[in-house]
Write a protein that binds this ligand. Structure first.
Ligand SMILES: Cc1cc2nc3c(=O)[nH]c(=O)nc-3n(C[C@H](O)[C@H](O)[C@H](O)COP(=O)(O)OP(=O)(O)OC[C@H]3O[C@@H](n4cnc5c(N)ncnc54)[C@H](O)[C@@H]3O)c2cc1C
Length: 428
């Protein structure tokens, strides 16, 4: 099956997404439609047959698995058309379902395939229709020659505290260009991306209220990769610093356009409220999907440990016959299912936008990340000595899971968001 069997163009796909936003919300249902099941099974097949067999190799190599990305592009799993169709599902569940299956295959490779989506979400969420049509297809490249994209918000001194961003964007009116200077840290696909989306301040005095998102077109001078980060997990996913040194981009690269930015700045300077912040908008929309990735890892570790416990014998019986092991597996299953329910709820609410308060997205990501860390650690324990070796995949899964309590908002930051939402008090 290929999701691009029909000849959907990027513009049509974008229109489908927008139209989907306006449609009547379907009731929340846990019964997946035939379409949702078919796509889930199709992605699962790819994860099982292409991603899993390649996982250990690319983890050891610590390199972007281009052959796997190419394969994903060839079958139509990697590209804007497929992402837009997943996103357009009015229930909101297709995107988390796809992510869970892919990351069940392997999280490092999964992130190499899905890392582009963060930049795409920023362009889609903040760009004009014209910008969406121009830049999003370039984020993915073509079926024959796929590319990746990078979303660069974090900086050495601005991780959880997005308001501390020091990267600046100055408008050169004579040339209608923006001049961007600064250093970005830990950017997924940073430096190897065709398109970078960079968050910069247009007025440092206004803090995060003057943040704006800029597209850095392919090959722009002054945008260079810095140090490539050596990581604990998701090692097939490229993470690096990005240096922006008098990086000049056309005026049209400001997402949303200058008029809108000027209006926002004027409101802020008058002391009125601004409508959210560029980076935070992107993070909030993507949290349940990130949670789904964590669930994919947790489920993979649980399934492996269950199979192992039913085979491994000690003291003359299968180790699963001990309640200590069986109860652990029962708890793992329950926690994973509970996390998935939170992710699906937040995804449905995010898509249908009835009473979304932001905290549901944070709750889903927090729970899923912590369940992934806990479940993979338990899986290692069930495998005993084998769990501690690189010969068995749960060791890699445990390393991969840890990032889900750190990026896209640490667990502590999620708790701050939730506690503020439930209390109405500015908890610090
Ligand atoms: C593999 C990887 C990929 C990444 N990809 C991207 C990417 O593509 N784009 C991007 O922009 N960024 C990316 N990041 C950056 C990531 O989002 C940040 O690492 C994360 O937001 C945390 O920031 P920090 O590392 O500076 O930690 P800090 O903010 O320094 O936090 C350190 C500790 O202090 C805690 N803490 C901080 N403030 C508070 C508070 N107010 N109350 C309680 N506890 C607090 C944190 O929870 C954490 O435990 C990536 C990071 C990694 C490791």
């Amino acid at each position: 099956m290929s999701i691009t069997d029909d000849s959907t163009t990027a513009e049509e796909a974008a229109a489908a997404v927008t139209a989907g936003n306006e449609s009547d919300a379907p009731p929340f249902s846990l019964e997946l439609s035939q379409d949702q099941q078919d796509i889930r099974d199709w992605v699962h097949g790819f994860a099982e047959n292409v991603v899993r067999p390649a996982a250990a190799e690319w983890d050891e190599r610590e390199e972007t698995p281009w052959p796997v990305i190419q394969e994903a592009a060839k079958i139509g799993l990697y590209g804007f058309e497929s992402l837009a169709q997943f996103f357009a599902d009015p229930s909101g569940l297709q995107l988390p379902i796809v992510n869970e299956e892919l990351f069940w295959g392997d999280a490092g490779i999964g992130m190499s395939i899905m890392g582009t989506a963060l930049a795409v979400a920023a362009i889609f969420g903040q760009g004009t229709g014209e910008q969406v049509g121009e830049w999003i297809p370039q984020c993915f490249g073509s079926e024959e020659d796929p590319a990746v994209a990078s979303f660069c918000s974090s900086e050495p001194d601005a991780g959880s505290d997005v308001s501390a961003i020091r990267t600046t964007a100055r408008y050169d009116e004579a040339k209608d260009e923006w001049v961007i200077n600064g250093q970005k840290a830990w950017a997924t696909n940073g430096g190897i991306a065709k398109v970078h989306v960079v968050i910069a301040s247009v007025d440092r005095e206004l803090g995060s209220r003057a943040h704006a998102a800029f597209v850095i077109p392919p090959g722009t001078p002054g945008c260079e990769q810095g140090v490539k980060v050596k990581k604990h997990g998701i090692r097939a996913s490229h993470t690096a610093d990005v240096h922006l040194d008098d990086c000049r981009v056309p005026g049209s690269c400001l997402l949303g356009g200058k008029e809108k930015l000027d209006e926002r700045l004027a409101r802020v300077r008058e002391g009125k409220k601004s409508k959210g912040q560029a980076a935070m908008q992107t993070f909030e929309a993507s949290r349940p999907t990130v949670g789904a990735q964590a669930i994919g890892i947790a489920r993979a570790a649980y399934e492996y440990a269950l199979g192992y416990a039913k085979e491994r014998e000690q003291f003359g019986k299968k180790i699963i016959e001990n309640q200590a092991i069986a109860f652990t597996l029962a708890d793992m299953k329950m926690e994973i299912d509970a996390a998935r329910l939170l992710v699906w709820r937040a995804s449905w609410m995010g898509r249908n936008a009835h009473t979304f308060t932001n905290a549901e997205g944070s709750m889903s990501k927090l729970k899923a990340g912590e369940v992934a860390v806990w479940s993979t650690e338990r899986a290692m324990q069930i495998l005993g000595g084998n769990g501690y070796t690189r010969e068995f995949p749960v060791e890699r899964m445990a390393r991969d899971a840890k990032i889900y309590t750190v990026f896209e908002g640490t667990s502590e930051i999620q708790r701050i968001v939730i506690s503020r939402a439930i209390s109405g008090i500015h908890i610090r």
